[in-house]
Design a protein around this ligand. Sequence first.
Ligand code: ADP
Length: 296
Amino acid sequence: MELIINNLSKTYSNGIRALDTIFLEIPTGMFGLLGPNGAGKSTLMRTLATLQEADSGAITLGDLDLLKQKNEIRQVLGYLPQQFGLYPKISAEVLLNHLAVLKGITNKNERKELVAALLHKTNLYDVRNLNLSGFSGGMKQRFGIAQALINNPKLLIVDEPTAGLDPLERNRFYNVLSELGENTVVILSTHIVDDVKELCTNMAIINQGQVLLKGEPLKLIDELYGKVYKKTITKHELEDYKQNYQVISETLFLGKPIIHILSEVDPRNGFSPIAADLEDVYFSQILSNTHPKVII
Ligand code: ADP
């Protein structure tokens, strides 16, 4: 089963072109869709979830035409939206049971087993009787995954799931996602590089509605081999360095900026070569897309 997005475009009525001829072939397994806020991720996710129309282009999931056979797609779709409401005054188990009824699982015993299995899978079994109002952000997101898995989806769409989670909750969430079946196409949209680094075998970086780069994270990192250098500088030097080098990231360490630059040749001048990571891949794409600079 493969999801193929072919030349998908969408312009909102305010003139914003949120998707610009997107072409992606997404196999089963975890696929990371990485991009900054406003890149077009949610527009693409909502279109894939059959909640929004595109202007042009096509999407197929296996033999199904996603844009035309919406009912068939919904049978095999799981969706965890960026924001979702929960009934606060009932327990996780009761709500999951109720949602399973709505999704057409009418046999009581079958439903009971399914609900228990999903609560186990998302590590919520021990808190199944707790009212959802008492759930932390991470627990709510795991509940969101449990409900998205009710119909054993072939396509699972997870939109910005780790935003607002603390590191421990994020890790728990990663563990749940990493155990999802290899027979499912899972699309994880995020602006957090670590989400992709931890989980995804394939990825794409999008910005301003366009795909900038796609491939396997490790291969994309390899392509930067020997091209990333770092240097610790002082704060007042930062602007100068930005003028003269292709600075792809700046972080503070003990109050001092450490910059990473992209360079085809050894820049000398106190820079040392480093092994690139996925953040370097991401920022080199986003920055060169946002403010084109000459590589020195
Ligand atoms: P992301 O999920 O990557 O943050 P979105 O898909 O939400 O990106 O947004 C892409 C662009 O489309 C942004 O510039 C956003 O302001 C715009 N946009 C999103 N939804 C709408 C809408 N309903 N009407 C008009 N513009 C929108």
